[in-house]
Design a protein around this ligand. Structure first.
Ligand SMILES: [Zn+2]
Length: 160
């Protein structure tokens, strides 16, 4: 799914928690670690995406594999638990990102390597860029965000 839809869904799912902003950070972590890094790298080099299109460096794909793997997530989850003895709720936005990506990427273009490095099997999903999917997804996001906004406003008014 696209970067902004990940932000929106992370907010929708975690807006009732204490730190929805952290959930958003974890919700875009897999794409931030790969594509955002790459974009910043290009900015520093003064290149555009088109210029780099001929060769997206291997390290971007390696980072994509690492950040979109359930095994990486489980490893980090284990380390977090060992250190803090508790699991912060916002960290779950990360595997939710992976679960959303699995059916919204085709095998041909950036399939989600959720089993990396154990297996190369990927799910034959549909592209999130498919117009009807983009339209449906963003219609639902807009509807839910407006509903959340109205509900929050109403709650405020009843308190006063
Ligand atoms: Zn992703």
């Amino acid at each position: 799914m696209d970067y902004f839809a990940h932000i929106a869904w992370s907010y929708i799912l975690f807006n009732k928690t204490k730190k929805p902003f952290y959930a958003i950070l974890f919700g875009v972590l897999p794409d931030s670690l790969s594509w955002l890094f790459f974009t910043i790298y290009l900015l520093f080099k003064g290149e555009s995406f088109q210029q780099a299109a001929g060769g997206i460096p291997d390290w971007v794909f390696t980072l994509y594999n690492i950040s979109h793997s359930m095994f990486t997530f489980l490893l980090v989850l284990g380390i977090v638990y060992l250190i803090w003895r508790k699991i912060p709720i916002y960290i779950w936005a990360w595997p939710i990102h992976i679960l959303i990506d699995i059916p919204t990427h085709t095998r041909e273009f950036l399939p989600t390597p959720f089993l990396w490095p154990v297996s190369e099997w990927v799910f034959p999903g549909i592209s999130w860029g498919t117009p009807w999917f983009m339209f449906t997804n963003w219609t639902i996001i807009t509807f839910v965000l407006i509903s959340l906004y109205i509900l929050k406003k109403r709650k405020k008014n009843t308190i006063i």
